[in-house]
Design a protein around this ligand. Sequence first.
Ligand code: B12
Ligand code: SF4
Ligand code: SF4
Length: 405
Amino acid sequence: MCIARAENGGGSRQGDCWRMRRLRRLPMPRRPRYKGGGMLSFDELSTLARAAGVDDLGVTPIAGEWLDEENARFQDWLHRGLAGPLQWLCDGAEARAKPWTLLRAQREITDEERERFQAEGSALVLWITARPGIPTKPDGLYGEIAYTGQGRDYHNVARRILKKLQRALLESDPDLAMFSSCDAGPVLERAFARRAGLGFIGKNHLLIHPTYGSYGHIAVLLLSKSIEGAPERPILPTACGDCDLCLRHCKTGAIGPHGLNVRRCLSFWTIEHRGELPPEIEQKLGLHIFGCEDCQKCCPYNRERLQPQCPQNPDPEVWRPDPARIWPHLPTWLRSIPDLTGSALNRPGIEALTRTLLCALTNAALQNPRFIPDATEALTRALNDDRPLIAQTARRQLARIHNKF
Ligand code: B12
Ligand code: SF4
Ligand code: SF4
């Protein structure tokens, strides 16, 4: 049986058939020939995408002056060292500048064809609003899990939608070359979304959709052809006006005039970083356990837009856990999150998550003395943990509680 694996570079359904047939020395079927035309219209794609959970979608050419400008901004950001330890962003810089080189088809692509892709290619850009709501907790002292960590992992949600669209497109045009990305690909996703008219870039550097706000995700499907009937939408200028709430609410000063400073962003430290947290970050972490959305929570474009409850698990104890109470039961708490294997909370791994939790627990104790006994007990127990990261973090946190800093 053929295995459908239409993911980027992963071999198509037919590719797998051919490979299996070659292995078994069976007669080779004829490769499908491109019969011309047949490309799905924007309306058809839109119906499919919206039925799959996409809230808005737009189209942009795959190349042009707009991309050169965005790429110059990206290069400037890299040269200023603002990417910090995210070295992989430099590695993908060339692909970001020439997205048409990422396109893959069910067959070899010639150099002439690549040139044509640059001129004729397009990108379908999807906006998927984040569904989980944020349950409230009465006393205000709770661990914060950003919306990206709540509910189902958005990477999986987007991947499923992208695959569906790719399959439909391939059926209508087997010769089409494609590449899809949601977060992980070397694609300037916010720039594509801005160019497709889906929203503007706010001072917090997030793409803000005029209707849905910034709590959401972008997925990009690069195509070797243009999409029929795609409406041209204007590029939206930044509409922050005099507001500077996000700058004032970011505790680490990560938002700067030349872009975000990764080394200061709590989202980086809590999700991407695996080792110990620097002392100044431990202090500024507050009660964040996973990710950070301080620069979004305060944004007027997001107010009133959150769903009242997380549909998969409306229990505030799960998404707004009390750091002192969950620490001794961390594995149980993690198990209480439905379908954790499919949650982005898994990204930092249990060790880094535990490290962050210990720091949040300390911050809770420093904010409110009622947490001191529980925090001290938990940290003392963690001193004997056989994972050096946990034991060292616990040692430093105990010193912080002792010295009150
Ligand atoms: C690396 C990365 C991070 C890094 C660095 C973030 C950063 N701002 O660069 C860290 C780990 C810190 C991070 C954090 C977060 N991230 Co992130 N991240 C990425 C990733 C993989 C690459 C971003 C990148 O290339 N940065 C380099 C800078 C230079 O590019 P850029 O910010 O995209 O900006 C471009 C344009 O927007 C434009 N631009 C930038 N500023 C301005 C200003 C003006 C006036 C104009 C005109 C244009 C403009 O120029 C840039 C070059 O084209 C993208 C996915 C992707 N493949 O694109 C997700 C992505 C940007 N992240 C996302 C999310 C959700 C987050 C978090 C909210 C996660 C969380 N809850 O904690 C935070 C938000 C932090 C923030 N305020 O931006 C979403 C953004 C959704 C949205 N509404 O914008 C993305 C698109 C992933 C996705 N597919 O959904 N992230
Ligand atoms: S995610 Fe948090 S730390 Fe990062 S820029 Fe926004 S407010 Fe600042
Ligand atoms: S908080 Fe204000 S300044 Fe920041 S992105 Fe939102 S509207 Fe713009």
